[in-house]
Ligand binder design. Structure first.
Ligand code: NAD
Length: 699
């Protein structure tokens, strides 16, 4: 301990007017009017007297009507003769600011005031390390991340931002305490992972005192150090022993009245003689300007953007905002998004891009490319693709990315006709290929056209709202109408289906749709084909007679007999050729030259000869059959539908039929406008769909 003044000096404000009059933190909730003023005054006095024995204590006169003025730690951050004034987040406390300012001015401090909207709650969130030239800054609930940079510049000192994630530890001084010997007492769960790692990187292990939940909730970190003594509300014997190892003794002085308001010893004392630290390199925040345009407010995109910036440990400042004036108008928002380091900023930007944000030209940089060094392995920092149309900035040009799909990487090739980009799966990467890393030079178009811009006659799945049973009929009408249009223009409709289609009596309708040319490919697994063949051969599915609904004696083996019969023929196609299979779904597919792919799974019986047990090959075949699809009907198969969803770019219409609302919604929730969940029985859906299509055709 070299740079700390011998006799510490603090500012306290008597608790004469302390009470709980409002609720602005988790501790205050339910406590309005519950504190006892006399007891609070006694507790304050006891703390004051203990401190005054070991330190110099200055007093700020209390003010009637300002119950929280007692928490002087929030007045500001004092370093040497300068004070960075607190800027309170809540109006209830903002009114304290002039009283603190006046005291500092009258006592000869140079007052530095952050801009009014840059929230900063003084030593509640900014605690100088006692050995290293740095200030720990808590953000996430009260102070904002941007103040870190402001303080670093103003005081020429390194500021380490730590993100608080538990609202019971809403101020840094509730969960972290730098001790005079350079040790750090802290409660790790109060911080996000990055912050915990940062503390571990900067403070040697023998100087870290991680405290458990009990001590943390007893506000042990909210202690005041004066020489070799720590004054705190309560301390477990275990912690007391740990602190003794650092040469510290603990004086416990009850402060429960103040804890009801979310503060204890440290909150009640502002350190006044913090020695100036040697100048250290100021750690700059990393910042990028991001633009969001479109239906940002009615679609909730703006709220999602704000949430994901905060959840990712970043912060933002709105540079420009132009909300649309009418419902159909587009809005425009320009934000400066900042984070403590590039590792934190990058995932935030990646998610913002997925929402359809673009990085502003002023901060735009070309895409960063890195070579693949091992076949089938991407560079660590690879950009992970989404379903949305993407462009990359390479050699000064924005080029569209081909084969858009989710969970791939972007490979860039430079040929004679300029650079080209396409999505590749990690497993398909080859050594030497260049792939995009980071989030620079990427532009993602996440949204379909807003409602007002769509042609009136265009089929419009307006929202992803789950259909109620009453609305199913209407939804079926829309799907039938759209399918008819796609068939008339020679477009492609792909079906993804599970065996429930058979069990619910959907096969006759499905066969009719195949015959009528409404299915251009079928993607499924072993089960659908097996049960459809069982139905075609024995009239049962899962051993239940489809016409009577009765269980057939020995029927539980029918599906195995069906598989065996096909295996005897060599394939489904040969079974049709040889006349062993004369009807049913698989028969219609073969007869009508509709390609199908059956992807295997661990639970498959048999399997049927066509079932592809090599899943990489099956995924490739699914992808091939999906190419060019305009509509995909996903019928009661979670497994295959999720697989297909990942391969399908935005812009393809998805109709997701499932009896389980959660499954239907999840499948349809792709952040694009063209998906529709329909919650109903799949057999019923297919029957209604066929009826409707027949009607449209007849008309
Ligand atoms: P899945 O769990 O992926 O999907 C079934 C979906 O159907 C669920 O989301 C469920 O909510 C929904 N559903 C249930 N009843 C419904 C109804 N009446 N109407 C609408 N939706 C309804 O299961 P899956 O696709 O059946 O099977 C997963 C894998 O297991 C597949 O690869 C399949 O081939 C295989 N499998 C093999 C066999 C076999 O070989 N005998 C049997 C069953 C499944």
């Amino acid at each position: 301990m070299t740079s700390v003044a011998a006799r510490p000096e603090f500012l306290m404000c008597p608790a004469d007017f302390f009470e709980i009059r409002y609720e602005i933190n988790a501790w205050m909730e339910g406590n309005t009017g519950r504190s006892r003023r006399e007891r609070a005054r006694q507790q304050w006095r006891a703390l004051h007297d203990e401190l005054a024995r070991r330190a110099t204590v200055q007093t700020l006169p209390p003010v009637a009507g300002l119950p929280d003025l007692v928490f002087t730690a929030n007045a500001g951050l004092v370093v040497g003769n300068r004070v960075v004034l607190g800027r309170f987040r809540f109006p209830e406390r903002k009114i304290e600011e002039p009283f603190f300012r006046k005291w500092f001015e009258e006592h000869g401090y140079e007052v530095l005031a952050p801009p009014p909207d840059v929230y900063f709650e003084g030593e509640g969130d900014a605690l100088p390390d006692r050995a290293a030239p740095r200030i720990w800054l808590g953000y996430g609930f009260r102070s904002v991340l941007d103040v870190a940079e402001w303080i670093a510049r103003a005081l020429q000192i390194e500021v380490i931002p730590l993100r608080l994630v538990d609202q019971r530890f809403y101020h840094l001084d509730t969960c972290l305490l730098p001790l005079d010997d350079g040790a750090l007492m802290y409660h790790p769960p109060a911080f996000d992972e990055r912050s915990r790692r940062l503390i571990e990187a900067l403070v040697p292990v023998d100087k870290r005192i991680a405290i458990g939940e009990k001590d943390a909730f007893d506000f042990s970190c909210n202690a005041v150090q004066a020489g070799d003594t720590l004054l705190m509300h309560r301390c477990s014997p275990k912690l007391e022993a740990l602190l003794a190892g650092h040469g510290l003794s603990v004086v416990q002085t009850p402060l429960d009245q103040f804890i009801m308001a979310g503060g204890a010893a440290r909150c009640l004392c502002l350190r006044l003689n913090e020695a100036p630290r040697p100048r250290a390199a100021a750690r700059e925040l990393v910042r990028r300007v991001v633009v969001l345009a479109g239906h940002l407010f009615d679609t909730g995109i703006f709220v999602r953007a704000m949430d994901l910036i905060a959840a990712g440990g970043g912060s933002f400042e709105t540079i420009e905002m132009r909300p649309g004036q009418r419902r159909e108008d587009r809005s425009f928002v320009k934000l400066a998004v900042s984070a403590p380091d590039p590792e934190t900023l990058q995932p935030i930007l990646a998610q913002l891009l997925q929402l359809g944000a673009r990085i502003d030209e002023t901060t735009e940089r070309p895409a960063r490319l890195a070579p693949v060094d091992i076949d089938g392995v991407a560079p660590d920092d690879f950009y992970c693709t989404t379903i949305h149309h993407t462009e990359v900035l390479v050699d000064g040009r924005w080029i569209p990315v081909a084969r858009q799909r989710m969970d791939g990487v972007i490979a860039v090739e430079r040929g004679g006709d300029g650079p080209r980009a396409a999505v590749r799966l990690i497993r398909d990467l080859r050594r030497g290929q260049q792939v995009v890393v980071g989030v620079d030079g990427l532009r993602v178009t996440a949204r379909g056209k807003p409602a007002g811009e769509r042609p009136a006659e265009e089929f419009a799945f307006m929202s992803s709202a789950v259909s109620s049973e009453r609305r199913v009929e209407l939804a079926v009408d829309e799907v039938a109408w759209e399918m008819t249009r796609i068939r008339r223009r020679g477009g492609k409709i792909v079906l993804v289906a599970g065996p429930v289609v058979v069990h619910t009596g959907g096969i006759p309708a499905l066969c009719a749709l195949v015959r009528r040319g409404f299915v251009q490919a079928l993607l499924s697994g072993n089960a659908l084909a097996t049960h459809a063949i069982e139905l075609a051969l024995y009239g049962t599915s899962l051993g239940v007679d489809q016409s009577s609904g009765l269980t057939v004696h020995g029927g539980h083996r029918h599906h195995l007999r069906a598989i065996n019969a096909i295996r005897r023929c060599g394939s489904i196609a040969r079974a049709v050729e040889q006349g062993a299979l004369k009807q049913g779904l698989m028969y219609e597919l073969v007869k009508n030259n509709v390609p199908f792919c059956l992807a295997g799974s661990i639970r498959d019986d048999g399997p049927l000869p066509e079932t592809m047990m090599d899943l990489v090959a099956a995924q490739n075949e699914y992808e091939r059959l999906l190419a060019g699809a305009e509509m995909i009907l996903m019928l009661s198969s979670m497994l295959h539908s999720i697989g297909v969803g990942n391969m399908t770019p935005a812009g393809v219409r998805l109709v997701c039929v499932d009896i389980n609302p959660a499954v239907a919604t999840k499948l349809a929730d792709r952040g694009s406008l063209e998906s529709r969940p329909i919650v109903t029985d799949v057999g019923l859906f297919l029957t209604m769909l066929l009826e409707k299509i027949e009607k449209i055709d007849a008309e």
